[in-house]
Design a protein. Structure first.
Length: 365
């Protein structure tokens, strides 16, 4: 049977751990190897698939040389340090390998001058709907993105180049552990090692009260409620949705509404980033764009592109920029709502290609 169980009602958490040192709260081992741990700041350290996050922005078409042979698309920006573990690129049409006319894709990040990796069609092309993996370098720490860095992809055509249509980039990453120093295995408050059984070793049967609360100097860092939902402030409690919107043209003003995402659960939006594959100056008081992130009714945040002076944002291609503070009155989005991007134009705004939005959120239910 389980070591702990409780079926009584109450208001406070069933298990409370409050430490002021560097001890981990809990660790589970499989045959002597750690597979799961909760640190004292609420970060969950694990080797399971839960640790990996993924996003797959669709970038559209990359034209051959002579028309639009060089493009730079923003892909991902995070609030906290992350490690890129896998990147795959695929197309919706076959691309024949050609050692003379080909394209090279460069995976770059704003915080490191060394590319994460490259992929070319010179010796190996694309089979339709079959992704190719990018070899990610680690020797120069280029696979680590610091908080606020942008990951982007740049294309470069050689000779006549080659067209790639329906390009999709799949990115897998993990949230970096915020603390480098942790206690040893014997320092854990609770530890289970190589116990052969089929029942859980830490369980509870409650009606209302939270299952567990992890605190650091009295401040709650992680709690698990009676429904099993985790609520925390550690960086691994943040999730990212990447939406490639495509080109923005003057005819879109007050008419185009881009659907971004319908969450599968209740969420709280904490940040939104925006970028494009074009460089756009903030140089006009009369011709500019207002981009609004909405729940189809209320505005969560907005950003001005191209102008006005002193209030707009200049875009550098391949970079993602913060859209500003999220309105706390509308930050919480239910599973029956959706997030959209709306556009309002002052005067005549420029055409902006490769518009990309990154939504940072926490799950609340």
């Amino acid at each position: 049977m389980a070591i702990f169980s409780d079926d009584s009602m109450g208001n406070g958490p069933l298990y409370v751990f409050d430490v002021n040192g560097s001890r981990d709260i809990l660790a589970a081992y499989d045959d002597g190897q750690e597979v799961f741990a909760i640190m004292n700041d609420g970060y969950i350290r694990t080797t399971s698939g839960w640790a990996t996050r993924e996003c797959s922005p669709g970038l559209g078409d990359f034209a051959a040389a002579g028309t639009q042979d060089t493009q730079t698309f923003p892909l991902l920006r995070c609030k906290h340090d992350v490690t890129i573990t896998d990147i795959n690129i695929g197309c919706d049409a076959a691309v024949t390998a050609n050692g003379t006319n080909y394209v090279t894709f460069y995976l770059e990040q704003t915080g490191n001058s060394t590319d994460l990796g490259t992929l070319a069609t010179s010796s190996t092309g694309f089979t339709i709907h079959v992704p190719r993996a990018v070899t990610i370098g680690t020797s120069s720490d280029q696979d680590h993105l610091k908080a606020g860095d942008t990951l982007n992809i740049r294309s470069a055509m050689t000779a006549s180049g080659v067209a790639c249509t329906g390009v999709v980039v799949s990115i897998s990453y993990t949230i970096d552990q915020p603390k480098s120093a942790t206690g040893t295995a014997t320092d854990n408050v609770i530890r289970f090692i190589n116990d052969i059984d089929t029942v859980p070793k830490l369980s509870a049967d409650t009606v209302q009260r939270d299952f567990l609360s992890v605190r650091q100097n009295g401040a709650v860092k992680l709690r698990i409620d009676s429904a099993g939902k985790m609520h925390g402030t550690a960086p691994d409690q943040y999730y990212y949705q990447v939406c490639a919107v495509g080109p923005l043209v003057t005819a879109d003003s007050a008419t185009k509404i881009s659907p971004l995402w319908a969450p599968h659960c209740d969420i709280e939006v904490v940040n939104a980033y925006i970028g494009a594959s074009d460089t756009v100056a903030c140089d006009s008081n009369t011709n500019y764009w207002q981009l609004r992130l909405t729940d189809a009714t209320n505005t969560l945040c907005d950003a001005y592109i191209e102008g006005p002076y002193g209030g707009g944002t200049a875009l550098t291609k391949g970079y993602l920029y913060d859209m500003g503070d999220i309105n706390p009155l509308h930050a919480k989005v239910t599973s029956s709502e959706k997030l959209c991007l709306e556009y309002l134009e002052a005067g005549t705004g420029s055409t902006i290609n490769g518009l990309t939005v990154v939504i940072v959120y926490k799950k609340t239910a």
